[in-house]
Design a protein around this ligand. Structure first.
Ligand code: KIV
Length: 266
């Protein structure tokens, strides 16, 4: 399997090949996902919610991202590895943004960073790009702005917000990002932005016309059950499988059925 790079992902748009991206946070899952030819593994700051049990993504640190990126890197074979810049790792200054992006690349081993926001952070995006670090944008429902949005709500339903999002997307493309994640917007806007931009638009709750799709792995495998957004399709119900397996194990331990003869050293 050829190793995917930022150029591979960029070229997939002109070749009209849809991009598959999944979040990933550990070695074992990385081995499984990359063996199935997933194009991009994202160490998303969603790890704060689905792996660390925080209420939202805001407490996630650069160190958390680096720790999980290292594990994903060790399991990956062919996917491009992109990692999130967590809340407040890029907002304060361009120097901060470059320093934190550099740590995620140098220490974590990511090959690109993803950053939430548009025109208001464009100087930071440019500074990271000037440091030779590929950047993926993220527009629409940007979870780090949860307190500003007042909840996880579909974005850009009104004309003014649509226009603002299109201007943000164009600004990111002009700055030089290699792709944009578009989250929780009407399908018609997902289509419009995908048609306007020459770079790939990777949707999550942005409809079927995007150039690719991304889901949180714990959502699509039915591992995370605290809440499930409408845009999630559950491809498996692992939480039930795990609960049954653990119940069987506990029952067998209590009944003295485990370990059996074949599990014992003679
Ligand atoms: O943090 C994350 O997992 C993300 C994806 C939902 C795109 O940003």
């Amino acid at each position: 399997m050829n190793k995917k790079t930022v150029s591979t992902i960029l070229n997939m748009k002109s070749a009209k090949r849809k991009i598959s991206m999944l979040t990933c946070y550990d070695y074992a899952m990385s081995k499984l996902l990359s063996s199935q030819d997933i194009d991009v593994l994202l160490i998303g700051d969603s790890l704060g919610v689905v792996k660390l049990g925080y209420e939202n993504t805001l407490p996630v640190t650069v160190d958390d991202i680096i720790y999980h990126t290292k594990a994903v890197k060790r399991g990956n074979s062919g996917a491009l590895i992109a990692a999130d810049m967590p809340f407040m790792s890029y907002e304060i200054s361009a120097a901060d943004a470059v320093g934190n992006a550099a740590r995620i690349i140098k220490e974590g081993g990511a090959e690109a960073v993803k950053i939430e926001g548009g025109i208001e952070i464009i100087d930071k995006v440019k500074a990271i790009l000037d440091a030779k670090i590929p950047v993926m944008g993220h527009l629409g429902l940007t979870p780090q702005a949860i307190n500003k949005f007042g909840g996880y709500k579909v974005q850009a339903r009104e004309d003014a917000a649509r226009e603002k999002l299109i201007a943000d997307a164009k600004a990111l493309e002009e700055a030089g990002v290699f792709s944009v994640v578009l989250e929780a917007v009407p399908e018609s806007l997902g289509k419009q932005v995908s048609e306007i931009l020459a770079i790939p638009v990777i949707g999550i709750g942005a409809g079927k016309y995007c150039d690719g799709q991304v889901l949180v792995i714990d959502d699509m495998l039915g591992m995370f059950t605290d809440f499930t957004p409408k845009f999630v399709k559950k491809y498996a119900d692992l939480s039930e499988i795990i609960k049954n397996a653990v119940k069987n194990y506990a029952d067998e331990v209590r009944d003295g059925k485990f370990p059996a003869e074949e599990n014992v050293y003679k």
